[in-house]
Every structure is written in C-alpha cells, then in structure tokens.
Design a protein around this ligand. Sequence first.
Ligand code: SF4
Length: 360
Amino acid sequence: MSSSKGSRARHDKSLQEELLAWFDRHRRAMPWRAAKGKTPDPYHVWLSEIMLQQTTVAAVGPYFIKFVSKWPTVKKLAATDLDDVLAAWAGLGYYARARNLHKCAQAVVRDFGGKFPSAVEDLIALPGIGPYTAAAVSSIAFNRPAVAVDGNVERVVSRFFAIEEPLPSSKEKIRAHASKLAADNPRPSDFTQAFMELGATVCSPKKPKCVSCPWQKSCAAHQSGIAEELPRRSKSAQKPVRYGRVFWIQNKSQEFLIEKRAGKGLYEGLYQLPTTDWTENAKAPEGHHHDARLRFKRLGADVRHSFTHFDLILEIWTAEAQKGFRPRKGKFVSAGDLENYALPSLMHKVVRMCLGRKTA
Ligand code: SF4
C-alpha cells in the first residue's frame, strides 16, 4: 500500500471510530431498535424500514407498536387479511407499501420458512424491498457490510465532501463516498444506524449543529461555511394538478356513504367517499354514480392534497339521502366507525371538512 493510501485508510478508520463513539453516547431509543449489545429482530428492522419510507420517526412510532402487538411475528402478519393490514396502516400514506408489506411477509414465510434472509441479493428479490431497504435490513439486522444511503446519509456525505453537483445526478458519487467511509468498519449494524442518526439529529437540513458533530474537523462544507447550502438540488419540473369531485352523502342517522375503491393503482382496495375520476382538465368532471334524485350542493371549500407526482384539487359536493335511498354500492358508516376501515388521509381530510361544516 502506498503511503497516501495508507494515511487515507487511517483517516477513514479514525472517522469510523469517531462516529461509532458518538453513536454509543447519543443513540436514540426507538421502539424497533435493539438495546445496545442486543441482537436486532429482523422482522422489527424490516417493518420499521418500510414504515419509515417517506414518513417521520415520530409518526411511525405508534404504528410500529400497533403492528407488532397485533402481529408479533412475520408469520402472524402473513396469515392475516390484507384488509386488516390496510386498516391498521390507514394514515401512514403510500398504501402500495402496505400491500407490498403483506406480500413480502407471505413470501418470507413461503420461501424462507418465516426467517428473513440476510443477503442483499435475497432481500432485494422480495416485494417492496428496494436497494436501500435491502442494504438497511442486511446491515442493521444481520451486521453485514452493506451501505444504506438514505436522505440523511446523502446530506451528511454531500456536506462532508462539499459536493457541489446537485442531486439527483450526484447520487452515484455520494454512494461511492459513503461506501468508502463505511468500508471494513468493525460494527456494520451500528455504523449504518449511526450514519443515518448523524444526519437526522446533527447534520439536519436547516441549521446543522456542527459544534456537536464528531466529524466537524474533517468536514469540507463546514470548513468552507457552505454546510447549510448543501446538498444542492436540480430545479424539478412543476407537478401537474388534477381535478375532480368528491361526494358526501349523508342519511338521517348522520351516517355517510363510503365505498371500496375499485381497480388497480392509487388507493387500490381502500375505502373512500365516492369520487369522480381525477383529470388534468381544470373543469372538474361532473356526475356521480348514485341516485339521480340526490340534490347536491357544493361545499364552500375544496380539498387540496399533494401526491408525489401530482397535486389534487377536489370539489366537495354534499347531499342528504332521503328515506329509502339505496346506494348502488358502498355502505353508510358513522364517524366513530371509521377506524375499522382503511381510509387514506385525503379522505379523512374530506370527512373532517364535512363534519366541521354545515353540509347537506
Ligand atoms: S460538520 Fe456540520 S455539515 Fe459537516 S457533517 Fe457535521 S453537522 Fe454536517
């Protein structure tokens, strides 16, 4: 080994030691995290990683506890009905994750006898597990040397090396740097968690707390005073807007109509208030698929919701169902019944708006 390579390796070793020592002092207790020195449960690690995609640690906590108390093992989760999983997931959003969670549990039981595989190649072949989650589960649950690069790690690496190239084109460069920082470290499980934890708690998006950072002395962005400006991001194209109508049909018992969403795709298998299609035509589609005798009035406010690939504006139309009204599909429920149905947060928003105002 040349002397410069040798000093580089020594540098990386001391960075690893600094980060691990910092983690030993500052690791946060989380419901899915094994206590120091204990072996993590792969089911808990996998479940938390799926839940944490696009959701915060604070939001996931109660859901994780609910899931492991209802279904303490992956076998129990695999054996339950998808509808029960979706109902327990309601409010976490991105429901394809819940459907894949259920499929993945069944695949682990069917193909691996109910024990999660430890190799990245096997994990990545399972439903709902991409390269990041496979690396996270392999390293955190099985102490294997896989490098999991999430948004926190991307931020730390971008700053540590003062990478000016904007995301997403800098992703490969970031991954290569992250792999070098993690290479041959003695505690892969702790290192992966420490890397993410540093980004989540110290190297935060706004106002990074560099004075508390174990890597402060070697951090290029800190030295140049540009930490808060990084990572840079390419200007993304504006999201398209879709429009539609949603219908609040209430009966004399103050119950309202919900129905199971048909077809594949967004919100597949979840419950919703009846809606039209959502289109990019700014004039919301008209019509509803119930009874022509219903007299609809438009609620003063529309509901707005942002999805990953589009923003949605739904007009809310309300009507009172007269005695004898029989919906073609769906059922009337009360607000108190809703916890038994998997309703996406968009629909909960509509329900809150309708209950909070004079409707039909
Ligand atoms: S010194 Fe500051 S910018 Fe650099 S990694 Fe630490 S917290 Fe982030």
